[in-house]
Design a protein around this ligand. Sequence first.
Ligand code: F6P
Length: 527
Amino acid sequence: MTDTRTRCDRTPAWGLLQDHYERMGRGFDLRGAFASDAQRFARFSQQAPHVFADLSKNLIDARAEELLLQLARESGLEAYRDAMFAGEAINNTEERAVMHWLLRTPRDAQTPNATVAAGLQEVHGTLDTMLALAERVRADDAITDIVNIGIGGSDLGPSVVVKALEDLRHPGKRLHFISNVDGMELGTMLRQLRPENTLFLIASKTFTTAETMTNAHAARRWFVEHGGSDDRAAPLSLSRHFYALTTNIEAARTFGIDTTLGFWDWVGGRYSLWSAIGLPIAIAIGAERFRALLAGAHAMDEHFRSAPLAQNLPVRLGLLDVWYRNFHGFTSRSVAPYSHGLRRLPAYLQQLEMESNGKGVDARGETLPFATSPVIWGEPGTNGQHAFFQMIHQGPDIVPVEFIALREAGRDLADQHPRLLANALAQAKALMLGRANDDGHKRFTGNRPSTFLVLERLDPASLGALVALYEHRVFVSGAVWGINSFDQWGVELGKVLAKDLEPRLASGATEGMDASTAGLVAHLRAG
Ligand code: F6P
C-alpha cells in the first residue's frame, strides 16, 4: 500500500506546537489552569465505551489540544486509520494487513471489501471452534491444570486477562503461564502437576520461538517420562494433553500435536489475545464471557473508527503522548492500576507500546529526528506508593502517571475498596497541587501531570474496551510519528547472537568476540 501519511515534523502544526510549547507549554501551571477555567474537568474528560477518562490534570490547554488535533489531521491519521480498518497492508515492512480488530467484529457486521468479509468468516469459524473446545475442557473434570507455554504476545495478553478476571475463573481449573527459558520456571511448575490432570497449550504465532519451543519440548519429555505416550490410543496420550495455538499448523503437527487452533499473519503477536491465543482465557471464563470481552473491545473499535477526533479517547491519549514525548521531552510514563486484578497490565503495556513504537526510523526507513515511544513502567497501587512514588513526587524528572481505578469493588473484602480509591485520588491530587514548605525536604512542587481512567468494574467487557483503548492509542502516536508500529525488527539481533553464544558457552571458544562478552563467557564457565 502507499503510505499517504505526512510525517509529523513536516506538518505546519509541528512548528505551531513548538511555538505554543515555548509560549505556554513550558510554564504551564495546572493550578492556575483550574482556577481560570471552571469547565476544565468537563473540557478535558471523556466518556468512551466502558472507560471514563479524566485528562484535566495534564499539562495541556485548549490551544495545545487544538494544535495536536491539527497535527493528527495533517499527518493523515484518519486515512491511515481507515486503511487499517479496510485491511490494507499497513505493516509495510512485512507486507501484512493489521486486522486484530476483525477478531472482535460481529459476524454480521458490514465489511468494506471482499477480503475483509472473507477474513471475518474465517474469524468466526475459528472462534466457534475455539469456544466449543474451551467448553469441552471446562466440562472435563479430569483436567484441573492448564499450562500455557508462550512468550511475549503469546503470554502477556492471556495472562493479564486471566489474572484480571480471576473472580470469574472456573473453580476447577487452575491456569498457569510459563514463558521464561529459565528452567526454574517450568521445572518448579512441573513438580506440582500430574500429567493425567494437565493440559499444555503451546502458544506461539510462529511456532519457532526458541524459548517456547525449548519449554514445549521439556514439557513433552516430562509428560512421556511420567507415563504419557505419543500413541493416540494410549490412555495418557500426547494428543489429548497438548494443544497448539499457532499460525504454523504444520510445525505443530510435526511436534506431534493433533489439536491445533489457527490464526492469521495479520494478527500481530502483541495484538493476539483475541485470537486462538485467547484459548486459556476462554477456558478460564467460558465462551459467553469471552464473547463479552470481544464485544467490549469492539465497542472501543467503533468509537475509535467513528468518534470525531476531538471526542475520540484513543486519539486524545495518543496525541497527549506525542505532546509529552516530543515537546515536553518526558521520557517515560508510569502506569498505576489501583487494582490487584490489573497487576500485570504494566508488563503487557510495555510490550504493546514499546515493541510497537520503539522505532528509530520512519516507515520508509529514514532516521527520525525526534523521539518515539516513552519508557512504560509501573506497578499496581497502592504498592507503587511505597516504592517509587517518592521519585514521582519529588524527583527532578517529570513522569506522567496513569491511574486506573474501578468504580465497583471486586468480590472480596469490598469494604476496603473506598480506601483503595481514596489513595488513587490522593496521589493524583498531591501530584497536581503539591505542598509549600520552607523545608525543601518536605516541599512538593506539584504541577505533576496525571491521567485518571475509570472502569465501572473489572468485567470482560470493560477489560476488552480498556485493552483496545491502549491498542488504538499506540496506533495514534505511531501514526503521527510516521512509523510502522506493527513490526519488531529490533528483537532479531539478540536471537541470532544467542544462537551463536550457546555453543560457545559449552566449548569456551571466544575467538572473534568482543573482550567484554569473551570475559563474561570465561567467567560464567569458571568454577
Ligand atoms: O521476539 C518478539 C516476538 O516476536 C513478539 O513480537 C511475540 O509476541 C513473541 O516474540 C512471541 O512470538 P511467537 O508467538 O511467534 O512465539
